[in-house]
Design a protein around this ligand. Structure first.
Ligand code: OGA
Ligand code: NI
Length: 287
């Protein structure tokens, strides 16, 4: 608990081993993702769309193609797995079964991590869960092809994640970097480990106790590099969205709220419209 508190209060990132997800589930997930991206483009294009609002399964390159200042050397495949998972037949055969299995294991792990985080904040273990921090799980698989001139582009532009927490599986190629004290530090791949990081919504509700750190992925000559980012979000579909604001128990006269109230929908609409860049979406919600 102390380690989680220190890591999220400073770096905003940590890596975990012995997390309970079997190595073969991790490996099969990477294989499934590779299997999807290596299908013929004629087959892959069944899942291609830029309309994320209408689809639980979205395959495209650069969701922010028309809003971000630069384009990244990366394709992505997004599946919203909770609260309403896609029907198995909506999922591509190469990763159908494993996506369902992986998501259910990541969901369990995320809930344990949220418990630890709640306690690290001095709250009841189920506090973050009750606030809806694990209502929606979006599993985004990335495919970074080998890049002939990596110095001219990026795998993923520097950004912060929007949600509460992200659980990331990266392969052994490397390239993920996190900004800490104005320096970019490489997040070294560790076999079987998962990377956990705080997102903007967690920073907002913890009133900056936990930080949503900037990170990026450099392009590589070798590849493809595969990663799977599982984002824990609030539910965007409900009629009565939960109000998100700094947790009352964490505030005091000396530590007033730094952010205004919002909803997951308002926040994410703003985040996606803005696209990935170095200006944190949180700035817009500051008091
Ligand atoms: C992301 C992300 C890192 C990676 O999807 O938000 O930061 O290693 N991914 O792919
Ligand atoms: Ni990210």
């Amino acid at each position: 608990m102390e380690e989680v508190k220190d890591a999220l209060g400073s770096w905003g990132f940590f890596q975990i081993v012995n997390h309970g997800i079997p190595v073969d589930v991790l490996e099969d997930m990477k294989k499934g993702v590779l299997g999807f991206f290596e299908q013929d483009s004629e087959v892959r294009k069944q899942w291609y769309t830029r309309d994320r609002s209408a689809n639980r399964v979205v395959y495209n390159s650069n969701f922010d193609l028309y809003s971000a200042p630069v384009t990244n050397w990366r394709d992505s495949f997004v599946c919203r797995m909770y609260p309403n998972p896609p029907q198995p037949e909506e999922l591509p055969p190469p990763c159908r079964d494993i996506l369902l299995e992986y998501s259910s294991q990541v969901m369990k792990l995320g809930c344990s991590i949220l418990e630890l985080m709640s306690e690290a904040l001095g709250l009841e273990p189920n506090h973050l869960w009750d606030m809806g921090c694990a209502t929606q799980l979006q599993v985004t698989s990335h495919y970074y092809p080998p890049c002939p001139q990596p110095e001219l582009t990026m795998g993923i532009t520097e950004h912060t994640d929007a949600g509460f927490i992200t659980i990331l599986q990266q392969d052994q190629i490397g390239g993920l970097k996190v900004l800490y004290k104005d320096q970019w530090t490489h997040v070294h791949p560790i076999q079987g480990a998962l990377v956990v990081n705080a997102g903007d919504l967690l920073q907002l509700i913890t009133n900056d106790k936990f930080v949503s750190a900037q990170h990026k992925v450099v392009a590589n000559k070798v590849g493809p590099r595969i990663s799977v980012a599982s984002f824990f979000l609030t539910d965007l579909m409900t009629q009565n969205p939960k109000v998100l604001e700094p947790i009352k128990e964490l505030l005091s006269e000396d530590n007033p709220a730094k952010y205004r109230s919002t909803t997951g929908k308002e926040f994410l609409d703003y985040f996606y419209k803005k696209g990935l860049d170095a200006t944190p979406a949180l700035t817009y919600f500051k008091i």
